[in-house]
Design a protein around this ligand. Structure first.
Ligand SMILES: Nc1ncnc2c1ncn2[C@@H]1O[C@H](COP(=O)(O)OP(=O)(O)OP(=O)(O)O)[C@@H](O)[C@H]1O
Ligand SMILES: [Mg+2]
Length: 373
């Protein structure tokens, strides 16, 4: 590794760690810590900018200034009572079986792109808790229903896990299989319990992954459980846009939205349908960066070129390309007992061997769905 690369790596790691710590502290209301960490993050980013040039340098300086500004703003932020956390004691009754026990280690920073989803989450649950007066002034009703849909491997499940980490509110995650099979015959009771438990909190988040199996088109489902469960969930979701009790954010994810019962898309239930597309060039580059970080890289590695080659690949595909290339280099290093870094040629070779997991036909199906909804 050259001296420049070593320095860059050092600053980058510190910058990322401080930024993460700062934003987390900020979200959690620990302003003194947030201010300190963000100042440090900004300092390291300025240092990083000195090691780069061109557009990267410019964008690093800009971002460092933004962090500085944020740190200054925090100086005047009110103390926030962060007691309503995800770890708070659960109410009585069986609701704990749906709650997330531990916050996952994943944050918005680990997710490339998907800025519109992140913004929705900020507007609907993070800021309303943090700035209740402002939310009232602008008549922003927190919570609501968001449906994330798109091809496989694009980060839908990942973003939901990150929400659990970023949002300072109780987070419930439910697998349809849990509701349907673990407590056979109790499906309706489970659903009622889930919503009742969640509504006890000032603001809460419920996430249901693979939601098409919980709310399938009724005509296509012969199961009598479904005939009762679907209307019940629909009733729980009713009036999400004008909550009477405590508000909650309901997030559903699916890669087959056309299998959903059409009634779920009526206004007042999911009020926001967000299409999670394959990553664009910038996001592909970021996914490469995230997945190659900390691995020994040759100096010739050129992420821009790789990002171009990876057009049409999903985030999961790109993660696999990186992991498989690293594995090859690792095996070589073991077999030949020499440390060797991952080169541009290695990465290109793996890309050529790897197929896009999302087909044109699947994409067409989404396009059609988007036009119709
Ligand atoms: N935008 C992204 N940023 C960073 N990593 C990503 C992104 N999208 C996908 N990945 C990588 O792909 C993996 C799989 O993503 P995830 O499970 O969230 O996909 P999904 O959209 O839920 O797929 P499915 O529809 O099959 O459930 C992630 O763990 C991550 O490593
Ligand atoms: Mg998923």
């Amino acid at each position: 590794m050259t001296e420049l690369m070593a320095a860059t790596e050092f600053y980058l790691t510190h910058f990322e760690n401080y930024k993460k710590e700062g934003l987390k502290a900020y979200a959690g209301g620990d302003y003194p810590r947030a201010r300190y960490a963000l100042l440090k993050a900004s300092e390291f980013l300025f240092k990083l900018s000195e090691k780069s040039d061109g557009l990267i340098r410019k964008s690093r300086i800009e971002n460092a200034n933004k962090l500085l500004e944020l740190a200054r703003k925090i100086e005047h932020a009110p103390a926030y009572d962060g007691r309503e956390g995800a770890h708070e004691a659960e109410g009585e009754g069986g609701e704990s079986k749906f709650a997330v026990a531990e916050k996952p280690e994943i944050s918005f920073d680990d997710i490339a792109g998907l800025e519109d989803v992140k913004e929705e989450i900020y507007a609907r649950v993070i800021y309303p808790l943090k700035f209740p007066e402002k939310a009232k002034k602008y008549r922003m009703l927190p919570g609501g229903g968001i449906l994330l849909f798109g091809p496989p491997g694009t980060g839908k499940t990942m973003i939901a896990r990150a929400i659990a980490n970023e949002v300072n509110a109780p987070f419930y995650t439910v697998k349809p299989s849990e509701i349907m099979s673990k407590w056979v015959g109790e499906a309706e009771k489970n659903i009622a319990e889930l919503f009742k438990g969640a509504r006890k909190h000032k603001l809460s988040v419920i996430f249901i992954d693979e939601i098409e199996s919980l709310i399938p088109r009724r005509s296509g489902s012969s199961s009598s459980v479904m005939q009762r469960v679907v209307p019940q969930i629909l009733a729980e979701l009713e009036g999400f846009d004008a909550p009477k009790g405590n508000p909650m954010l309901f997030v559903g994810a699916t890669n087959e939205p056309w299998l959903l019962d059409a009634a779920v898309l009526r206004p007042g239930r999911f009020d926001e349908l967000i299409y999670i597309d394959l990553p664009d060039r910038k996001a592909r580059k970021r996914i490469l960066e995230i997945n190659l970080k900390g691995r020994p890289l040759s100096e010739d590695v050129n992420l821009d070129e790789l990002a171009d080659m990876l057009e049409g690949y999903s985030g999961a595909d790109i993660r696999n390309v990186c992991a498989n290339t690293a594995q090859e280099a690792f095996l070589d290093s073991v077999r030949e007992d020499v440390d060797r870094s991952i080169s541009q040629a290695d990465l290109k070779k793996t890309i050529k061997k790897t197929r896009r997991s999302v087909t044109q036909r699947q994409l067409k199906k989404f396009e059609k769905y988007l036009i119709e909804h």
